[in-house]
Design a protein around this ligand. Structure first.
Ligand SMILES: Cc1cc2nc3c(=O)[nH]c(=O)nc-3n(C[C@H](O)[C@H](O)[C@H](O)COP(=O)(O)OP(=O)(O)OC[C@H]3O[C@@H](n4cnc5c(N)ncnc54)[C@H](O)[C@@H]3O)c2cc1C
Length: 293
């Protein structure tokens, strides 16, 4: 049987130094709600867990300054629900947090852990992709910033190096005539791992008829990787919001998606649901902005 050690660093710098020098086959653990079940299923077998869960003073915060909202990586899903900031144009975050797991999971599950798990069932990745979020990655050698859209590079694979820790997620709140919305389908109403989840950030021109910008993200665009639906987003931009535009965008989305089947649902079914959700998201955002309904 292979052995497992736990390293409890004194602070973030200690954790980063440890990863740099002794981190071979180590895994960072925040609350463990994703990591521990995967270890139990023997999907991964780290030999050392580097526990960052006590760094709440440094990594658990929600701040807004200079037009940017910043979330520390240890911010929990419950923290998101308790923040008045995530009503109105940013209610996409509240919607996703509400549909997330059950209260026991929401109380501990961290935003950083959700993003770093890079799973196609995670709620927060499409939401923050639609918001064009950026990630701050720290290592013993310094910090770098990576757009979330470039972070997930494969199934359960990220652009993060083994010596790095995600410290912060940041984004600019949507401006102008804009709104955001989220839809999720699972096989039951609680503790749902998403079969399809879809997030949209939409802005209209001053005429409230024409789409100024659209960012549509799904938990799967091709295979099992959360990503932006770039073609569909580009197609929507500059178009008037009409029934025909949405119907055409649904076709573009179907051509852009290349979804596989698994025990949760077939690729065909997922594609149909994604098309229905696209219509719902565009209509919901447009209605909230005060555009054509
Ligand atoms: C019963 C149950 C229900 C769930 N329901 C949902 C749901 O509805 N929606 C959903 O999206 N997820 C759900 N999950 C999955 C899980 O709870 C989330 O992904 C959660 O956000 C993970 O956070 P964590 O702090 O527990 O991460 P951990 O399990 O500690 O870590 C997850 C991964 O990220 C890495 N990691 C964590 N933090 C960092 C960091 N700061 N820097 C670098 N790497 C890091 C770890 O090494 C690991 O690979 C559920 C899980 C359970 C057990």
């Amino acid at each position: 049987m292979s052995s497992l050690e736990l390293y409890s660093p004194t602070d973030l710098n200690d954790a980063l130094r440890f990863l740099e020098h002794d981190g071979k086959n180590a895994a960072v653990i925040a609350s463990g709600t994703d990591l521990l079940p995967r270890m139990r299923r023997r999907q991964i077998s780290p030999s050392i867990l580097v526990d960052i869960s006590s760094f709440t003073e440094d990594l658990r915060y929600i701040r807004q300054s200079d037009g940017t909202i910043r979330l520390g990586a240890l911010t929990t899903v419950t923290d998101l629900l308790e923040t008045p900031m995530f009503y109105g144009k940013l209610s996409i975050i509240r919607e996703a947090a509400t549909l997330f797991g059950a209260p026991q999971v929401r109380n501990v599950a961290t935003v950083g852990g959700n993003i770093c798990s890079a799973a196609s069932s995670e709620d927060m990745i499409p939401v923050f992709m639609a918001l064009d979020a950026k990630l701050k990655l720290a290592s013993a050698r310094g910090e770098r910033t990576v757009p979330l859209k470039d972070f997930v590079v494969g199934k359960r694979q990220t652009a993060m190096k083994p010596v790095e820790i995600l410290t912060e997620v940041s984004f600019s709140p949507p401006q102008g005539h804009s709104w955001t919305a989220y839809e999720k389908l699972g096989r039951r109403n609680m503790l749902i791992l998403a079969m399809v989840n879809e997030a949209l950030s939409l802005a209209l021109e001053d005429d409230l008829q024409t789409i100024h910008s659209a960012r549509l993200a799904l938990n799967r665009v091709s295979g099992k990787i959360p990503a932006l639906a770039v073609k569909t987003s580009n197609f929507l931009e500059g178009k008037r919001v009409t029934d025909q535009t949405i119907a055409e965008a649904q076709k573009v989305l179907a051509s852009e998606l290349s979804l596989t089947s698994d025990f949760r649902g077939s690729g065909e079914y997922r594609t149909e649901v994604a098309q229905v959700y696209l219509r719902r998201l565009v209509e919901r955002c447009t209605r909230q902005i005060g555009g054509p309904s």
